[in-house]
Write a protein that binds this ligand. Structure first.
Ligand code: SAM
Length: 206
């Protein structure tokens, strides 16, 4: 229903992404009280002032990553863990980092419950990346940033993609960057609104 009503009509066409979005149980990643509307066309609060993104936004970001199955992916902003669970179905190895420990721990419990074994959860400031596991084939930032954090570009493989909402505090543009010869070639996609990426190379603040 979500795939046929919200994703295909808006142009999501990668069959692996559509299949993963049919299979990953989104209702397990939203609060108990919101289960009935888990597949609705909207973002939802997940506690700690954070959100799980709208299904379409998750789908377009995932499609832009162009995953074939053998990649090592870094996600910044674990949140509910839903995006990471999708990445785990589409890539070989996923590292996901979250600054709020309670969210990270809850997501790790979900991955265990679902028997997902190719996700490593990390707690910390994702704007610094994860140097010890670099380089990454793909990087996805699921929070808004004024600019792409420099350490992450350093940890992206040549030829790799980064997908990230970049812009102002309350309005951003989804960007796909391709790293070529240490430069980043940028494509601009849809307008979006994400919660802020807070850290040394994102927004400062609590
Ligand atoms: N990908 C998530 C999902 O599937 O539910 C949605 C992520 S939510 C829109 C953004 C998340 O980024 C929040 O959980 C927030 O705490 C986290 N975040 C913000 N700044 C961060 C940082 N510097 N490092 C890691 N996570 C951060």
């Amino acid at each position: 229903m979500m795939v046929d009503a919200q994703l295909i009509p808006r142009g999501i066409s990668d069959s692996r992404v559509l299949e993963a979005m049919r299979n990953v149980p989104r209702h397990l990643f939203v609060p108990e009280s919101m289960k009935d509307s888990a597949y609705a066309d909207m973002a939802m609060a997940i506690g700690e002032n954070q959100t799980i993104s709208q299904p379409y936004m998750v789908a377009i970001m995932t499609e832009l990553l162009g995953l074939a199955g053998d990649e090592k992916v870094l996600e910044i902003g674990t949140g509910s863990g839903y995006q990471a669970a999708l990445l785990a179905a589409l890539a070989k190895e996923v590292h996901t980092i979250e600054r709020i420990a309670a969210l990270s721990e809850r997501a790790a419990d979900k991955f265990r419950e679902l028997g997902i074994e190719n996700i490593s959860t990390h707690i910390g400031d994702g704007t610094l990346g994860l140097a010890e596991y670099a380089p990454f084939d793909r990087i996805i930032i699921t929070a808004a940033t004024p600019e792409i954090p420099a350490p992450l570009l350093g940890q992206l493989k040549d030829g790799g993609f980064i997908v990230v909402p970049v812009g102002e505090r309350f309005s951003q543009t989804l960007i796909k960057g391709t790293k070529t010869d240490k430069m980043l070639l940028k494509e601009y996609h849809t307008a979006c609104v994400f919660v802020p990426l807070i850290g040394e190379f994102g927004w400062k603040g609590q």
